[in-house]
Write a protein that binds this ligand. Sequence first.
Ligand SMILES: Cc1cc2nc3c(=O)[nH]c(=O)nc-3n(C[C@H](O)[C@H](O)[C@H](O)COP(=O)(O)OP(=O)(O)OC[C@H]3O[C@@H](n4cnc5c(N)ncnc54)[C@H](O)[C@@H]3O)c2cc1C
Length: 411
Amino acid sequence: MEYSCGEEFDVIVVGAGIMGSSTAYQLAKRGQNTLLLEQFDFLHHCGSSHGESRTLRATYRQDYYGTMVLESSQLWEKAENEIGFKVYFKGHHFDMGPVDDRSLSAIISSCGKNSIPYRVLNHREVAEQFSGRIDIPDNWIGVRTELGGIIKPTKAVSMFQTLAIQNGAVLRDHMEVKNIVKDKDKGGIWVFTVNGEKFWAKKCVVTAGAWTSRLIKKFSGIELPIEPLETMVCYWRIKEGKEKEFTLGGGFPTFASYGEPRVYGTPAFEFPGLIKIAVHGGQLCDPDNRPWGPGVSLSLVKEWIGRTLMGQVDCERPVATQLCMYSVTPDEDFVIDFVGGEFGKDVVVGGGFSGHGFKMGPVVGRILADLALEGEAKGVELKHFGIRRFEDSPGGNVKDFGDELGNLKLN
Ligand SMILES: Cc1cc2nc3c(=O)[nH]c(=O)nc-3n(C[C@H](O)[C@H](O)[C@H](O)COP(=O)(O)OP(=O)(O)OC[C@H]3O[C@@H](n4cnc5c(N)ncnc54)[C@H](O)[C@@H]3O)c2cc1C
């Protein structure tokens, strides 16, 4: 294929998952001559942004994510209006766990601070609300919020890539970036690929998912503790005759369960009659030499399904599974910052989305584009996402939820 574009760009984005694709869209829409480079095929299944469903929820333990979710949900709808099809299907969200669980208390407090409407339900109210579908123990509570729903990941990445192209961006796959070098004479940076091509740009944004630490270390020397985990999504069969009751239309929520096991799921949507229920966590992996299974132990989640979904879902075994990667920081907070050092504000990184970044794709794209173009991002507090926060404190941001620091690494 011939490429008519020259070798010089305003901004080069490295990595075409949800973060890179939404950033490329934001940049191109603002009139920037943008190049998006991807090491594999576009829409491949080897990173974090592929598959059939992601949860959108506003219930965060940390206050600083609330406003980001609210902005992101608006930006999802804006992009849908531009492309002309839907990728985000609204529903409500339900968190549950022991009454003294510190994560749930933090969620309730953060909803209050961010003016996110919520309702705390006791055992009896949960039974009334989800009659015959969700049962929690007497000493548990549930938190119901209206802002929830399902995002279609592969379709959403494809949407942003299409919008980026429509706005003039150049997208190239099978282009593995091997180095990023500052041009000390001319200014700006050079991006070199494994297949021998090179491109110049004023700015560069690195959104390399599970490969972020490796790439950042290579060109800047910075050691970022972002760990790739292989995780597994499971689909379970809903008992015959009950299928509609577990759909968005039937009023079933996206959900998360705190305590042990830490479970999340989405209503039946992508595969009729099957509900997605998975364990939040995974096994450490090398993104270039993946184990591709066998996945995490399912014994606790099977018990959880049997107990919580009131025998309406067959918990003997999942009928389908899919593998995916998380890229996890020690504090599960994102890294959104300038690389600094000799690169100053010319190279921006967005990584470490720790298994909860997809919903934030549009707002992260907006922020990364702001940082690249303006040198700052308005309307968002980025101090928790600093690239150097691990230098003095290997655990990163201090948390007190009782289940932080490595709880996502499962056997
Ligand atoms: C099973 C699962 C369930 C999840 N559920 C949710 C959820 O319900 N809600 C939610 O909000 N989030 C969820 N997440 C998290 C969310 O999907 C991720 O945070 C998000 O997809 C991360 O996107 P990314 O663009 O950073 O990474 P990726 O999608 O991995 O994109 C990075 C891209 O960079 C490319 N790349 C890497 N190195 C190079 C290089 N050197 N040169 C060129 N290209 C390169 C990679 O090939 C890849 O395409 C889930 C994740 C998984 C795996």
